[in-house]
Design a protein around this ligand. Structure first.
Ligand code: M6R
Length: 614
């Protein structure tokens, strides 16, 4: 939530900030702003809307400077408007600050600072930080870095901040707690500060991940110094970035979401690469090697996640229970953290997150960790906060996911969960030789089958055109495909703003069936497998009430074809792997409906890609 980019170097500061903000726009697009120092003056430009609105806003202004900060906002405190846009200024206008996170105790600090003569211009929590730092610097007569350190000792909440001062035009100061901040180190004393590494990939591969409670002081002449909130300095640990520019571009597709849907044969393959070994008949997950025995002995696994990652976790529950015979509880991270859950040292907590930054998931991990549980992460973003706080884990390797609606991250998460469940099942002896080898081969064949599913796009688009004006939709599935129904409904509602609900197919008759009439599209996952006949009965029940059935069926199915209004065929696969195939036509249908409705597919209203606030 909110994207931060800052730069000190040469006169390219403005283009670097703007390009960086464009890359980070998926984190929030309520407003955008930049502040640059040039010729001893601080120049501030900010406005409601997207980065393109900011560019129009500054149109004609010279935008010079070799040091600057930029921000793209997802509103928390105060509506999206020009004054609430970041950067925020101190009363004198000398200091400018950008922030990602929430300052929870901002109200009393604001009152106090107002009494002390500071002039507040916005409704944001952020603004207290810039006034507080300014106040401390004046009253304590300390330098800016020390004022930042003292100020942060008195705020409660989450933050990644960067600030600059007109009086010290060669200095950027940054700090983080619970919100991400990456430092890029370029040539000739050039430095970048960014919420994630995507804005800097074309400039440098050398990065330092700022840790919680750390303050970075970047001086044009002295370079980077890092200290903690207790004023202890440390040597920066420079890492090499593994990210390529092509992964951040649309590559000829109209939207990132469509590109990411089509990338799935590759991203699923990448999730398995070096892990699934057909020749040796084994699954090796290096990142959890030390915890294999713990899994084998585990009395239960608790999954914590949000949104799409929670849906993947639900598929994980079915996989772990079926293949490894370990009881699994799947928890919304936001509920788990606030309800005093029973967690002990024998528990394994599996934290699933594409971004690795989701605040609720992070807090759930901290709670479980404090109670002695072993925390295993499944994250996509390498070096993300969640990946770094977990004891062990497996990256999904899906590559950057930029569309706000999660697609390839979901299938990569399910792939990693399938690998984990299979590996543990084999080690535990709950997955016997022939079944293990068959599943290994089936999983290996999934990328090819996904390619085949993607060839049905024209047909899916035809169906999308018929239902694009629906106001409600139901999604039904059973067993492994119940989470697919939930995920299908989430995809439709978040990008096309059509109200949609996912249900276990059999639950329909306990209430939702009352909604069905001739206007209601009902998407049903009705593939051949354990629940096939039951789902066919559910389809009959919908048809009897004149609902419109769009069914995802196994290739060659004739029974459902005779009942449904439309069918989309997918290749045959074992029940436990069907989510990897059945989710894809549902992603495509949501995408095409949203495009036909004129919605902003990659940046749906009110949403942001990584939710770093509660
Ligand atoms: O980065 P995370 O996987 O932790 O994000 C969790 C949810 O915010 C995310 O999956 C969200 O539901 C997606 N926008 C859904 O498409």
């Amino acid at each position: 939530m909110c994207g931060i980019v800052a730069y000190v170097g040469d006169e390219r500061a403005y283009p670097i900030l703007i390009n960086g903000l464009r890359r980070l726009e998926y984190r929030g697009y309520d407003s955008a702003g930049v502040a640059l120092i040039h010729d001893g003056e601080l120049h501030l430009h900010k406005c409601q809307g997207k980065v393109s609105d900011l560019e129009n806003h500054v149109n004609g202004a010279p935008m010079l400077g070799t040091i600057g900060i930029g921000h793209t906002r997802w509103a928390t405190h105060g509506p999206p408007n020009d004054v609430n846009a970041h950067p925020h200024l101190s009363t004198s206008g000398d200091i400018a600050l950008i922030h990602n996170g929430i300052i929870e105790n901002y109200a009393p600090i604001k009152e106090e600072l107002k009494h002390r003569g500071h002039v507040f211009r916005s409704d944001t929590d952020t603004e207290v930080l810039v006034h507080l730092i300014d106040d401390i610097q004046r009253t304590e007569k300390v330098d800016l870095a020390e004022a930042v350190r003292l100020a942060l000792n008195s705020v409660v909440g989450a933050y990644a901040i960067v600030l600059l001062s007109r009086k010290e035009p060669d200095l950027l100061i940054a700090a983080r707690k619970s919100s991400p901040l990456v430092i890029g180190i370029g040539d000739n004393g050039e430095h970048f500060l960014v919420s994630d590494a995507t804005p800097i990939v074309e400039y440098t591969k050398n990065v330092v991940y700022l840790e919680d409670g750390e303050i970075a002081v970047i001086d044009r002449k002295r370079g980077l110094r890092i200290k903690n909130i207790k004023n202890q300095y440390k040597t920066p640990f420079i890492q090499e970035l593994e990210l390529h520019l092509e992964a951040l571009e649309k590559g000829g597709y109209d939207h990132f979401m469509l590109k990411e849907i089509h990338e799935q044969p590759r991203s699923i393959r990448d999730s398995m690469r070096g892990r699934l070994n057909l020749a040796k008949g084994e699954v090796v997950l290096g990142g959890i090697k030390d915890y294999e025995q713990k899994f084998v002995n585990a009395k239960r696994v608790v999954v914590v996640a949000c949104g799409t990652s929670w849906h993947a976790g639900l598929v994980g529950e079915y996989l772990f229970e079926d293949l490894a015979r370990i009881p699994v509880e799947v928890e919304y991270a936001s509920e788990f953290r606030y309800r005093n859950p029973i967690i002990n040292e024998d528990d394994i907590v599996l934290a699933i997150s594409q971004s690795g930054e989701t605040a609720d998931t992070m807090a759930a991990i901290e709670l479980a960790k404090s109670r002695g549980a072993t925390i295993i992460g499944i994250c996509n973003v390498v070096g993300s906060s969640i990946a770094r706080v977990t004891h062990g884990g497996s990256y999904t390797h899906a590559g950057p996911e930029i569309g706000v609606a999660s697609t390839k991250a979901f299938t990569a998460q399910v792939t990693v969960l399938a690998l984990m469940a299979m590996m543990i099942g084999q080690k535990k002896g709950t997955l016997t030789g022939s079944k293990f080898y068959r599943l290994l081969n089936e999983l290996d064949a999934i990328p090819g089958k996904v390619e085949k599913v993607l060839t049905s796009e024209a047909h899916v688009k035809y169906i999308a055109d018929i239902y694009k004006n629906a106001t409600n939709a139901l999604y039904l599935g059973r067993g492994f495909c119940f989470p697919v129904a939930l995920e299908g409904a989430l995809k439709l509602k978040e990008i096309s703003y059509i109200h949609a609900e996912g249900y276990p197919a059999a639950e329909m008759k306990h209430g939702p069936i009352a909604l069905i009439d001739e206007e209601m599209p009902v998407f049903v996952i009705a593939t051949k497998g354990a629940s096939y006949e039951k789902v066919v009965s559910n389809i009959q029940e919908v048809k009897a009430r004149k609902g419109k059935i769009i069914a995802i069926v196994t290739e060659g199915d004739t029974v459902v074809k005779g009942l449904a209004d439309h069918v989309i065929e997918i290749p045959d696969a074992p029940d436990c792997l069907v989510p990897l195939l059945a989710s894809i036509p549902l992603q495509l249908i949501s995408y095409h409906i949203a495009v036909m409705r004129g919605c902003n597919v990659d940046q749906p209203r009110n949403l942001a890609k990584s939710v770093t606030v509660e």
